[in-house]
Design a protein around this ligand. Sequence first.
Ligand code: SAM
Length: 303
Amino acid sequence: SFQQTRDNVIPRYVRVNTLKTTLDDVIDYLKREGFSYQGTAMRLEDLDHLTGKTFLCDLHLKDLLVFSAKTDFHNHFLYKAGHIILQDKASCLPAFLLNPPVGSHVIDACAAPGNKTSHLAAIMKNKGKLFAFDLDAKRLSTMSTLLLRAGVTCHQLANQDFLKVDPQSSEYKEVEYILLDPSCSGSGMVCLRDEVSEPQEDGRLQALAAFQLRCLNHALQFPQVQRVVYSTCSIHPQENEEVVSACLQQNPGFRLVHLLPNWHERGHDPFTQCLRASTAKTRTHGFFVAMLERCPPQTDGEN
Ligand code: SAM
């Protein structure tokens, strides 16, 4: 049976929405409410000692606060006002790593319910263009509410199949950054994993992996794209390293970027440029992130 140990408890992560407030203002607000701020975590283990109302700044991601697992902010003013976003640390990695410059043109290919979209908008300081697509109208309407609450204004939402978005359209001619977080098995989500202990049906994983690869290949078709971040909340290599591997074989003009050298859980060999995340090793849900970049143009040797 499943034993609760420190190793499988995920702390509560809170992303400060810098479109509405600042890290310092949120820390001060919480201190006035009786929370006790302990500074920035130095080691992963620091996250295991959070109890009651103590909290830390995360050791890898700026604007991310960490609380004990039992803390609930769903009814908190800062959440309702869009000043804080309740988002697992692993799911903050894709936008943080893509890091689109202020004013750039960006696509969030499978965007709803939009936590990564609002994170991208915060990094872009609401300047530039953020095209967000999703196939599911209901999830998109939830997303509209969330983006309004978060103060996002640089976005353009479309209820559209990303695979049918035309990369040659003049609308996307300046898109240099793409975040691709497609549907996956969800096998990294700890709550799901505990309930659904059944092994994933192989046919389902194969279908998901085929879809993910088509999406990733499609993302690389945008004429000006420089960087694409691919992420899943799956722990299966079929949806992660194997998708990346097939994509690189089919697109020799792109290569992997080595992500966060001080992040210890890496993609399975030989894809160690990519990141993995797990409760045991990173105190997050199970997650995978890869970043592909366009190779610099070939020069004709040295003279
Ligand atoms: N990035 C989102 C976030 O951080 O809130 C979560 C995205 S979720 C993992 C995957 C999304 O992809 C779902 O909302 C699903 O409706 C959408 N989706 C599935 N197939 C799609 C397609 N062909 N084109 C666009 N969106 C699609």
